[in-house]
Design a protein around this ligand. Sequence first.
Ligand code: G4P
Length: 534
Amino acid sequence: MATRSEEIQKRRIFGIISHPDAGKTTLTEKLLLHGGAIREAGTVKARRNAKFAKSDWMEIEKQRGISVTSSVMQFEYEGKMVSIMDTPGHNDFGEDTYRILTSVDSAVMVIDAAKGVEAQTVKLFKVCSMRKIPVFTFINKLDRQSKDPLECMSDLEDALGLPSTAVTWPIGNGLTFEGIYDRLENKVYLYRKKDTVIELGANGVFGDTLEGVISQANLDILREEMELLDGAGNPFDLDAIKAGKLSPVFFGSALADFGVTCFLEHFLQWAPAPGPRKTTTGEVNPTDEFFSGFIFKIQANMNPAHRDRLAFFRICSGTFERGMSVTLSRTGKSMKLSQSTQLMANERETVETAIAGDIIGIYDSGNYQIGDTLTDRKEKLFFEPLPTFPPELFCRVRPVNSLKAKQFQKGVQQLAQEGAIQVYHNEFNDVILGAVGQLQFEVFEYRLHNEYNSEIRMEPLDFSVAKWIAPMQDLKEEDIKEMLVARSAMAYDHYERPVLLFANQYTLNNFMQKHPEVKLLDATEVDDSAYQEN
Ligand code: G4P
């Protein structure tokens, strides 16, 4: 039997990031097919639809035909236990999408070969780069007319500042697409003769193996491009890949299931197994005996029959055993973990045991918050706080019926705890919501109405940038209020820290020019750890 340490080494947790429509769902589905987790293509989408039908507040998803929530999909492939964290794919994504990326060990970035790097990919990539996790790139839709592959590569560098190294390379483009060349394994996979793999000799594409197999025009271009890549491209460097400094690039077509297995096999070989995680008092190793982990997502009311919530928990060390008692570090309270579940899309099986690198669902009747640490260690433990993401949309919100202010306050507080939305207030105690996507407001309104029986009025505010103020010795809050420029305001976050809101980048620049003495911080730079223990 494998030891716990060997079992941990088999685990791979990754998230797939992409701009909507680049092919994330299609690729996920193909990976699950290869892993034997599903039998037919279309299952992931169908499963999503089935899930919609079951849940009530997710009605909003059904109406909009999108997925707001996310789940974990697991499969086994060549001895590796793979967990894919599914992230919401629509443009109206929320903080959930970002937060998922704080729990994964690597990411796969899907890019539409005709479009290159798009806006949402940039935002999601920033989170990966902040965490320094390896990012694997899959350039998709090669069966269609695409951008020049060299252009796709330089796009990564220009738009993301991410150096890349091509592992596979396309042969031909669009109608003339003939296959991919695996530069490391020195093999060619033919598109029209699926399952045909040609092993090239010592001279690679410059030898004669490909002559007469692919068109001469494509062979000439391939040789030219290989000369260029061999001479001027970034060499393959596994250490740099593991450090998140170099992205291995693969080409293929998720829809045609071409280039996918080749990608998967390389990926599983190079993607890291669960590693140590930082806490406020040093590192926790996955092989440490004591049990520990953190909650990175709370999903409400998955089952309308029970008004409970499900906390997504990443195990960082030790062994989970159903029924075990742990301490919630934030409150010091003892909790019994008797109701736990696997998170495989819609199949919710009770989990009896699990180890580091596993993600489990824990039923929650309102005790947990995003970022909470649970451990059976005697001493308190706090994993690095999950970053706050920069909100870009703001609105002021009030209950329509002021007699129902209590329900309103309770709803706001609970949804903020869940991390569904960011809550601020101004000096008049008006509630101000901050979100990264419009959909978060809609979900908020819907849930307040449906779960807390509170009708609300939302009034959009003309701000798009929030900045925190770095602690300063000689400046008082009152002084900063005096400094406010047109179209800016001061609010307070849930830790009562002052936050400056600006209409746009121009307003912010204006403020910074006038008051260089005030040091402003981004949401991601604010240190929450000092507040976490309270
Ligand atoms: P997303 O999750 O990233 O939003 O993208 P999704 O997989 O849903 O794919 C978006 C569209 O792109 C889908 O077409 C899908 O079939 C298509 N697609 C994905 N991969 C490839 C590929 O490799 N080649 C080509 N040619 N198309 C691809 P749709 O018409 O919008 O949806 P559907 O009706 O096919 O589901």
